[in-house]
Unconditional design. Structure first.
Length: 609
């Protein structure tokens, strides 16, 4: 058997949209992983449909390339704070990180989050200033920001002495010269080989392996991915799984060992300390468990995961239209799906309600839970979703605490006043405000997460779609008191039937409609927003009374404004405490939790009491 290649394990970390996945594509091409004539999708690492549609990385994915006799395992990590649970685990699999920063945007909140985790693990970063060909680049200032960030995160002297490269991931070049605008990624490959240490692990010790990712395969069953921490594992070797306390969860055999080559997982006969592999053969073991030789009784210490800060209620769809558009509608199906998600995604916690018809799902943020709902919807599920609520805590004196977030906002100068006012209404405290060039202002806030629920859509309207808002969980702090919610009431259908133009015409004067002509409605469904603060029950099905008089024609044609159609995230952000979003594979409807008006009045009286 030929000698194994020298090995380097690295993660690419960055803020969302700073170019990680595009850079990995170019590393593939220039290492010869893809043939010149091979047709490969752009951003090949973003493999699932939601990642392609949203242009973001949701799932961390390992891959492997060979460069001049060295095997480099690369993990492409999510850049969004809501998927931080993935990032934390992945960093324990690698020996070095490539920190990517945009040459214009510089160090952003998520840069701080992932860099802090990497520095705490003692990893030494290679800093790559990406997108150097941007017309608004400010390379030197961005480098200063990165250095200040490292200092604020208590980096060691060795970590502060980081190598720097200047690159354009899209155009496929990197250089130590900030003025160069051509070339290849050879300097980056070389820097990885020179700067990142090979895995310093014991090959002669018994086999141990920490599970960092979990997924399912139709043929192999449960597939566990992670790095071999010590020893060697061979196909059909007897292994067992240990929990954090060292208890044996199950015993089995390594039925399949898969190694990464480019985007593919290929079967191998054995893997040794330092290799990043996927393992099949166990049916109970999960993320953060230790898989080991049966002689091993001590588990590997796993990284503690930051707790969830937000929860939503996932309920069985009990609307009059339940079961018409989806195939998975029972509480048992929903429970099995959520338990499967919580198993592979450690940042999500699921608890069943006393009535067994709904589940409290806690996660890192609105985007993470929104992605889960959208995924389930595409799988054929029907659900009723409640308004997100934050998870409160208590301090050592028994006082109530709540999660706070760091909010970094980039806006055109003309909108900065509106943003500051809106954030103040939501109990946000401004910590910094400075011009960022090009007629833009960068404003930093510390704000309770509760006040930020549903703000993003309003923020985009206020800034005419030009503002950029980045949020990151900061800490639990003192409870800030009542925060004003939605100011407008809603228009509620008072019966079931089809909406018609004759009825909708006059209702347009009352506010903004969410439904169009011919849409099926039911009692208690929200069909629009009232211009006034109170809720209003209306009849959107009322038809014109027939008489013997011939109409002159002028009142027959009703011209309606197109209805406001909400996305899933907008609907979840819009609803109030007594409302729900009905999610099916084909529709997103907003409704009152209590469909019957008398039940609504009783619930309102109970709440006031």
């Amino acid at each position: 058997m030929s000698a194994p290649l020298p090995l380097r394990n690295i993660a690419i970390i960055a803020h969302v949209d700073h170019g990680k996945t595009t850079l990995v594509d170019q590393l593939f091409r220039q290492s010869g992983t893809f043939r010149d004539n091979q047709r490969v999708e752009e951003r090949a690492m973003d493999s699932n449909d939601l990642e392609k549609e949203r242009g973001i990385t949701i799932l961390a994915k390992p891959t492997s390339i060979e460069w001049e006799g060295t095997r480099i395992n690369i993990v492409d990590t999510p850049g969004h704070a809501d998927f931080g649970g993935e990032v934390e685990r992945i960093l324990s699999m690698v020996d070095g990180v490539v920190l990517l920063v945009d040459s214009s945007e510089g160090a952003m909140p998520q840069t701080k989050f992932v860099t802090g985790k990497a520095l705490a693990l003692g990893l030494k970063p290679i800093v790559v200033v990406n997108k150097v060909d941007r017309p608004d680049e400010r390379i030197q200032e961005v480098l200063d920001e990165v250095f200040d960030l490292f200092v604020s995160l208590d980096a060691s002297d060795e970590q502060l002495d980081f190598p720097v490269l200047y690159a354009s991931g899209r155009n496929g070049y990197a250089s130590e010269d900030p003025t160069r605008r051509e070339g290849t990624l050879t300097p980056l490959f070389q820097k990885i080989v020179d700067h990142v240490p090979p895995p310093a692990l014991e090959v002669d010790a018994p086999f141990t392996f920490l599970v960092t990712l979990l997924d399912r395969d139709n043929f192999l069953g449960r597939v566990l991915t992670g790095r071999v921490t010590s020893g060697v594992v061979k196909v059909n070797q007897a292994i067992h799984a240990l929990d954090a306390e060292g208890n044996v969860i199950e015993t089995g055999r390594a039925s399949k060992i898969l190694s990464f080559q480019g985007l593919d997982r290929v079967p191998v006969d054995e893997a040794k300390a330092g290799d990043i592999i996927s393992l099949a053969g166990l049916s109970v073991a999960t993320v953060a468990n230790t898989i080991a030789d049966t002689s091993v009784r001590t588990p590997i210490k796993a990284q503690p995961i930051d707790p969830p800060t937000l929860s939503m209620r996932f309920a069985v769809n009990d609307s009059p239209m339940a079961g018409r558009e989806g195939t998975k509608v029972t509480s048992r199906m929903i429970r099995d799906r959520l338990e499967r998600e919580a198993e592979s995604n450690v940042a999500i916690k699921v608890t069943e309600s006393a009535d067994k018809d709904s589940f409290e799902v806690a996660g890192r943020g609105e985007l993470q839970l929104g992605v889960l709902i959208e995924t389930m919807r595409r799988e054929g599920f029907e659900l009723g979703i409640s308004r997100p609520r934050v998870l409160f805590g208590t301090d050592e004196n028994g006082n109530r605490t709540e999660p706070y977030e760091t909010v970094l906002i980039d806006v055109d100068d003309e909108f900065s006043g509106t943003v500051v006012e809106k954030m103040a209404n939501r109990k946000g405290e401004m910590t910094d405000m400075r011009p960022s060039g090009g007629g833009k202002t960068r404003i930093s806030f510390i704000a309770p997460s509760r006040g930020l629920i549903g703000y993003h859509g309003e923020f985009l309207s206020d800034t005419r779609g030009t503002g950029i808002m980045n949020r990151l969980f900061d800490k639990y702090g003192p409870y800030k008191g009542k925060i004003e919610g939605r100011k407008n009431g809603v228009l509620i259908s008072n019966g079931a039937g089809e909406a018609n133009a004759y009825a909708l015409g006059p209702l347009e004067e009352r506010g903004i409609l969410f439904v169009g002509v011919g849409e099926a409605l039911y009692e208690g469904m929200i069909i629009g927003e009232n211009a006034k603060p109170e809720d209003l029950e209306v009849n959107p099905m009322k038809s014109k009374a027939l008489t013997n008089f011939r109409a002159s024609g002028k009142d027959d044609a009703v011209r309606l404004t197109p209805p406001k159609v909400m996305t899933l995230e907008q609907a979840i952000a819009y609803i109030d405490e007594d409302e729900m979003v009905e999610v099916t594979p084909k529709s997103i409807r907003i409704r009152k939790t209590e469909l019957d008006p008398n039940e609504r009045k009783k619930a309102s009286r109970r709440k006031d009491a």
